[in-house]
Design a protein around this ligand. Structure first.
Ligand SMILES: NC(=O)C1=CN([C@@H]2O[C@H](COP(=O)(O)OP(=O)(O)OC[C@H]3O[C@@H](n4cnc5c(N)ncnc54)[C@H](O)[C@@H]3O)[C@@H](O)[C@H]2O)C=CC1
Ligand SMILES: O=C(O)C(=O)COP(=O)(O)O
Length: 592
């Protein structure tokens, strides 16, 4: 067994962090050096990988946590290095399945990582591309701090409107300034929520309770969700032009970087008030200082900054009309505990090979869909493995076609997972590349594998299963088992899930039915009595347990194939004996 490692880190002020790829080890993961120079507090990220080492370098390490895992003996627990502080509840979860070491304030570290866990929402400190290329899964904890962030947004909104922090500081300095700190009311004012995701929608809900008129801008949010909360989705221009208050809840992406700049401030109402608990980088901070100085923006309340912590002499932080907190959005006892557990469980699941619902760089599939698709995921991989083992010759595989037959509306079937698993099945048996959901598409592209997909409607309204069958077709290749070649000259295998177990149901032109467990012997022979007995005897004599056996033929007395599932791998002699049966024309042993 290979070693497992994991690393946790948190996101703030780490946009400049880079992952550098180390020379990939054979059959191994890339390595991720995780460098940080000022590790303070943080939320989490976990990396673990047997197959790759991904270097993670942090040029600007501020607050974060990292956990990493080191090599372990066969069957040993994975090792998790917690590089930044994580809640005790999360550590307890990690200790149940891993050897956990807490080492805060680490200098650059390297490890062969399988998973990076980030104990929070923002993953802007993770170089997703490097991790993806390395096949390193990145998971986050996207839900446990939502309410905390929303509550902090509301706290800042109210504090700002009523000058709470300024008045507090003045009073502590001995100044009783009632006239100076007259505030503005929230009721009846228009609040524009920019980014109507988890946090934004919770802020909207609460602002409605405060009697505010809520509008929202989010190009990707469903209008009905906004309507249900009583918020109207509008364009960016309309949102910023109509708002008395603007609250930012979008992620930091190339598209949102500095979208609040001189130009957009210019389009706002004079006297607008802005709250930011999302990411500092969505605001051009110099432009905000100018807008505050000119009075265009009356006040700002900021929890996040482009660089964290901001410079001590930051004009923005020191501005009289600005209220600041040091990235406290997720900092409640409840959220920290929730996030620690959420990320520890996500990392544990990922290390056990479960499909991660919170994967950031792999197909995101809701948990219900995932459990429904699980046997098909296994089927897809096994069909890929089978198909590639049937290939002969040097021509290489170029075109792969995957056909999904389903009674469901094609739009209801998200095939990214299945496609990734077919790729894994096709690539892994014939290469030293470690393929997972994260790097499957990338790997296919690198290897020049064109994977086409087709969905075929199967008119069976009563069908409850998400899929009737999956066909994997390798175009224009030679096979070492001629029986697997369909009429069109392609290698074709088809499978379906029966009682939750993947089955092989078609090989080339032959229908069979054999459960895809253990290993498989395919045998082509002349259709005649006694064949099953002969082969069964040979295997029995050699103590090879047959788990399934199925015969398919094109027509009586012509050719037939036998598909035999075996628990153990028969030795060479046994296979030769099968091949020596006079009616057997060809046979092949396949590992599933
Ligand atoms: N201050 C803090 O401690 C915390 C900060 N955050 C930050 O808050 C932000 C939101 O977090 P969640 O609501 O959990 O994320 P989310 O992913 O649920 O919501 C983000 C929303 O922004 C939308 N969006 C994307 N591009 C946009 C654009 N160009 N314009 C408008 N909307 C756009 C998305 O469609 C999505 O609905 C993130 O940046 C996250 O890192 C989250 C938790 C705590
Ligand atoms: O989850 C997020 O994106 C946050 O900003 C929370 O950050 P933190 O976990 O407090 O370092």
């Amino acid at each position: 067994m290979s070693a497992s490692r994991a690393l946790l880190s948190s996101p703030h002020g780490v946009a400049s962090r880079t992952f550098t790829r180390a020379a990939p080890a054979r059959l191994a993961a890339p390595s991720i050096p995780f460098a940080r120079s000022g590790a303070l507090r943080a939320r989490s990220a976990i990396l673990s990988s047997p197959a790759a080492t991904v270097p993670v370098t942090s040029a600007e390490p501020k607050r974060r946590i990292s956990h990493s895992v080191s090599d372990s003996a066969p069957l040993a627990k994975p090792a998790v290095l917690v590089a930044e502080k994580l809640g005790e509840a999360g550590l307890e979860v990690l200790r149940q399945f891993a050897d956990v070491e807490c080492a805060y304030g680490m200098s650059p570290a390297r490890g062969r990582l399988r998973v990076v866990g980030r104990a929070g929402v923002g993953i802007d400190n993770v170089d997703l591309q490097a991790a993806t290329e390395a096949g390193c899964l990145v998971v986050n904890a996207p839900t446990a701090n939502t309410v905390a962030a929303a509550e902090h947004g509301i706290a800042l909104l109210a504090c700002m409107a009523r000058n709470v922090s300024q008045a507090d500081a003045a009073l502590k300095a001995g100044k009783w300034q009632r006239a100076k700190y007259v505030g503005v009311s929230l009721v009846g004012k228009t609040l524009a929520i920019m980014g109507f995701g988890k946090v934004g929608s919770e802020v909207a809900r609460r602002a409605k309770g405060l009697g505010m008129h809520v509008i929202a801008h989010d190009p990707y949010a469903p209008a009905d969700k906004a309507r249900a909360i009583g918020a109207e989705l509008v364009s960016f221009e309309e949102a910023i032009a109509k708002a008395d208050f603007i609250s930012l809840h979008m992620p930091l992406t190339p598209a949102t970087s500095k979208v609040f700049n001189d130009e957009s401030f210019g389009k706002m109402k004079t006297g607008v008030r802005i709250v930011n608990v999302a990411r500092g980088g969505v605001i051009d901070e110099d432009a905000l200082v100018r807008a505050l100085d000119s009075g265009k923006v009356a006040q700002a309340a900021l929890d996040v900054f482009t660089v964290e912590p901001p410079a001590k002499d930051s004009k923005l932080v020191l501005h009289e009309n600005v209220t600041v907190t040091p990235h406290l959005g997720a900092s409640t006892v409840e959220a920290q505990e929730g996030v620690a557990i959420e990320i520890a469980e996500a990392v544990g699941g990922a290390l056990r090979g479960e499909l991660a619902a919170t994967a950031v760089n792999a197909p995101m599939v809701p948990a219900e869909v995932m459990s429904e698709l699980a046997p098909y995921v296994s089927l897809a991989e096994k069909l890929g493995r089978l198909a590639v083992q049937l290939v002969a010759g040097e021509s290489g595989i170029k075109g792969v076609k995957v056909v999904y037959t389903s009674a469901r509306d094609p739009d209801d079937l998200d095939t990214r997972l299945l496609r990734a698993m077919v790729t894994k099945g096709i690539v892994e048996p014939v290469s030293s590349t470690f393929v997972n959901l994260v790097n499957a598409d990338y790997t296919a592209k690198q290897r020049g594998l064109r994977i086409a997909e087709e969905r075929v409607s199967h008119d069976n309204a009563a069908a409850e299963a998400p899929l009737e069958s999956i066909q994997v077709r390798l175009s224009h290749v030679q096979s070492r088992f001629a029986g697997a070649i369909s009429d069109g000259g392609d290698i074709v295998v088809v499978g379906r899930v029966k009682y939750g177990v993947p089955h092989l149901t078609v090989v080339g032109p032959y229908e069979v039915d054999v459960s895809l467990e253990g290993n498989l012997i395919l045998c082509r022979q002349v259709d005649q009595p006694g064949m099953i007995g002969k082969v069964g005897n040979i295997l029995g004599e050699r103590n090879v347990n047959v788990s399934f056996m199925s015969v398919g033929r094109t027509s009586r007395g012509k050719q037939a194939i036998m598909a035999i599932g075996v628990d153990e791998e028969p030795d060479k002699k046994t296979l030769e004996k099968i091949g020596a049966i006079p009616a057997v024309e060809e046979f092949v042993f396949l590992e599933l």
